[in-house]
Design a protein around this ligand. Structure first.
Ligand code: EPZ
Length: 427
């Protein structure tokens, strides 16, 4: 079914109340799936969400020869991946262009097979997003890499060797690619200025379950002692901290009272702290988090996006909606991506007062937002428009719903169970 023409229609003003169950983390699931390329044995992943991006990476892996069983693209029962017979180590443009994270197959392919040809992902809506840091680090590990015809052509005929790698900037995908590559390299690899995101740690934990020798995950210095081979494992994915944060904003925006079942507060400290400063109450409850506003007013706060444990760029658009109707002014500074304010003109069409100067947005709180037809060009911008719709007067129609389907599992179901007036219209 072509979902590209679907729309989501929201009538705002309903306070959310009830329980939302948080899905497995998309951005952890993707590297976990790529890690299956490191072994001929079966890797079983539990708590993988059913999402467009998961399906896209499953397509890339199947193209390479990985057998996918269990629940094909995630969901109940676990996803089983077996890279027993890899026929070809090429990840083609037609698949990689759909999702940049496909580049995560580069490190594992090169480490296990000594060769890989992966399409350069190119730019995307939120910026140019190069992969130069991945490439430079693999070269330090002895890979010969050519960029030709839009492809990264990598070879390591003698296998990869351990290296001391210091990333000049924190890169989540770069850290993940090198972490995977280093598990099968000869000798010790040290990654300095490593990404500390919980998704990176989840990947390291899964690699250890597969037989890798890794220490320091979760810190800025990860040490990997290469091993000859890895084996199968069963691993349960972490819950999605960005999905949880998005629904926490929804509860706060609508003056609701919501339990986020399965949310992991330890992964959300910066977001929880920001929400509290903005006037939202968050407390630990057994198995999750309770989020409510208790009728209080929302306060404008200043925010700057940073690598973990700082405030995540993937929550910036959602927080901006909260600030749009908060008391006073807020400054939101985006430091990770150069072009991540595409939601601003759409929010302005709903009555928000926001001006962007370079990498910072000045948000002056207004009394209310007004429903409008809107669309966005990336996942988090799209969800911010849904959030705005939940609190806006009248009807909001969100177009280009396929962006939401890439990263939010059963979005309209989860919200309507809590009383939101939201429905999907399928053309
Ligand atoms: C991951 O992207 C996430 N994606 C993104 O989530 C997230 O926004 C981002 O990390 C930052 O937290 C996945 O995990 C699949 P980076 P990634 O490498 O790994 C620059 C979402 O909405 N850079 O940490 O691609 C880069 O351009 C998505 O779920 C280089 O210059 O991000 C960016 O400015 C969107 N050269 C910064 O570093 C490189 O070789 C951080 O990027 C690599 C990165």
């Amino acid at each position: 079914m072509d979902q590209s023409m679907d729309t989501i229609v929201i009538r705002g003003g309903k306070p959310l109340s009830g329980t939302i169950s948080i899905s497995g983390a998309k951005n952890a699931a993707l590297p976990l799936m790529a890690a299956s390329l490191l072994t001929p044995e079966t890797v079983v992943l539990e708590n993988i969400p059913v999402l467009g991006d998961i399906r896209t990476l499953a397509d890339v892996l199947e193209e390479l020869g990985v057998e996918i069983g269990g629940n094909g693209s995630g969901g109940e029962g676990g996803l089983e991946l077996t890279a027993g017979h890899i026929e070809d180590t090429t990840a083609p443009y037609e698949l990689v262009r759909k999702m940049r994270a496909s580049v995560l197959v580069l490190g594992p392919l090169l480490a296990r097979f000594g060769t890989a040809k992966v399409s350069l992902p190119g730019g995307c809506a939120i910026g140019t997003r190069p992969v130069d840091l991945h490439i430079r680090a693999l070269e330090q590990m002895g890979a010969e890499i050519k960029l030709q015809d839009g492809y990264i052509q990598a070879a390591a005929p003698q296998g990869l060797k351990g290296a001391d790698i210091r990333f000049p900037a924190v890169t989540v995908g770069g850290t993940e690619n090198i972490l995977m590559a280093a598990t099968l390299a000869r000798g010790v690899t040290v990654i300095e200025n490593a990404a500390r995101e919980p998704e990176v740690t989840a990947l390291a934990d899964c690699l250890v379950a597969m037989g890798a020798n890794i220490s320091g995950m979760g810190s800025e210095r990860i040490v990997i002692q290469g091993v000859d081979q890895l084996g199968g494992a069963r691993f349960t994915n972490i819950s999605d901290r960005i999905e949880a944060g998005s629904y926490a904003v929804a509860a706060g925006l609508t003056d609701g009272d919501v339990i986020l079942e399965g949310a992991n507060a330890a992964h959300m400290e910066a977001v929880i702290e920001a929400l509290r400063r903005a006037g939202i109450q968050i407390e630990d409850v057994p198995g999750g988090l309770r989020v409510r506003r208790n009728g209080g007013s929302l306060r404008g706060i200043d925010l700057t996006t940073q690598p973990y444990p700082g405030f995540p760029t993937d929550m910036q658009a959602q927080m901006m909606v909260l600030m749009a109707i908060a008391d006073g002014a807020s400054r939101i500074t985006e430091q990770i991506f150069e072009n991540r304010f595409m939601h601003v003109p759409e929010l302005a069409r709903m009555g928000a007062d926001i001006t962007v100067h370079g990498g910072a947005a000045l948000v002056r709180g207004v009394d209310y937002l007004i429903g409008a037809p809107v669309m966005a060009t990336d996942l988090r911008a799209s969800v911010s428009l849904v959030l705005a719709g939940l609190v806006a007067d009248g009807e909001t129609v969100v177009n280009r719903v396929y962006h939401l389907d890439r990263g939010y599992e059963r979005l309209e179901e989860k919200l309507s169970w809590c009383g939101a007036d939201i429905k999907r219209i399928t053309e």
